[in-house]
Design a binder for this molecule. Structure first.
Ligand code: PGA
Length: 255
């Protein structure tokens, strides 16, 4: 396990101002001190657009990479008041981008639009953190696999550079609720996602897959028993350096 690359990704959502860089400095200090080196661990913070330029400059040559949380699908400048596209985010210093988050799907983002966003972000050499997940009613109706399959098939194209795509499985009912899936269910779902990904790209590709939804210092260790997990997408707990550091520490705790 120690040698497999693990991702710890923070999703700040609508949180933070310029002073919040102090949170990332504290996390960086911890990473350096603990020698959680960049070869085995990738720590990424997806911050609001207002912070990307400043944070990515200040964190250059440090252990934390900066990402964005969404973009407009237009590849060129255009008349979309309030929007930014992938090229603008890349030029501001983002290296990663979350796309397809359920909070944006809830506001009307379709699989088709997400596909266009993924395409435009890949064109800009951004690495994609593509979120998929079922709602509570879909889970109760036992539609989870169908929903995940549709989300993947309708937003991924076999022409995409699959090496630049990480999937974050985030059951919608788990986000911000303190509820997490049963480990046995989670294992099955992650296996399903990996298989489906291989079918789309028509080859035996190795997919990096994150789990997201109420990840905290208490459950991080539990998840470490699941081989299929390559890391975490952390919302609420990423807004505190202590909580985020505790997740990493507990994940690697021997017992
Ligand atoms: P949460 O959010 O960790 O607060 O549940 C996860 C996410 O929305 O990415």
């Amino acid at each position: 396990m120690a040698n497999k690359l693990k991702y710890f990704v923070g999703n700040w959502k609508m949180f933070g101002n310029q002073d919040s860089i102090s949170i990332l400095y504290r996390i960086n200090k911890f990473l350096v001190k603990k020698k959680y080196n960049r070869k085995n661990n990738k720590v990424i913070f997806c911050v609001p657009n207002t912070l990307i330029y400043n944070f990515s400059n200040k964190l250059k040559n440090r252990s934390i990479s900066i990402g964005a949380q969404n973009c407009h699908q237009s590849k060129t400048f255009a008349a979309y008041t309030g929007s930014v596209n992938a090229s603008m985010l890349k030029k501001s210093g983002a290296n990663y981008i979350i796309l397809g988050h359920s909070e944006n799907r809830n506001q009307g983002e379709s699989n088709k639009i997400i596909k266009e966003k993924i395409e435009s972000a890949l064109n800009q050499k951004l690495k994609i953190i593509f979120c998929i997940g079922e709602s509570l009613s879909e889970k109760n109706k036992k539609k989870t696999f169908n929903v995940l399959r549709n989300q993947m098939r309708n937003s991924l194209s076999k022409n995409f550079d699959y090496k630049k795509i990480i999937i974050a499985y985030e059951p919608v009912w788990s986000i911000g609720t303190g509820k997490t899936p049963k480990l046995s269910d989670l294992k099955k779902t992650l296996k399903f996602i990996k298989l489906e990904f291989q079918k789309i790209f028509n080859k035996h590709v190795s997919l990096k897959i994150l789990y997201g939804g109420s990840v905290n210092h208490n459950n991080a260790k539990l998840f470490s028993t699941i081989n299929e997990i390559d890391g975490f997408l952390v919302g609420g707990a990423s807004q505190s350096s202590k909580k985020f550091i505790d997740i990493i520490n507990n994940y690697y705790k021997e017992h």
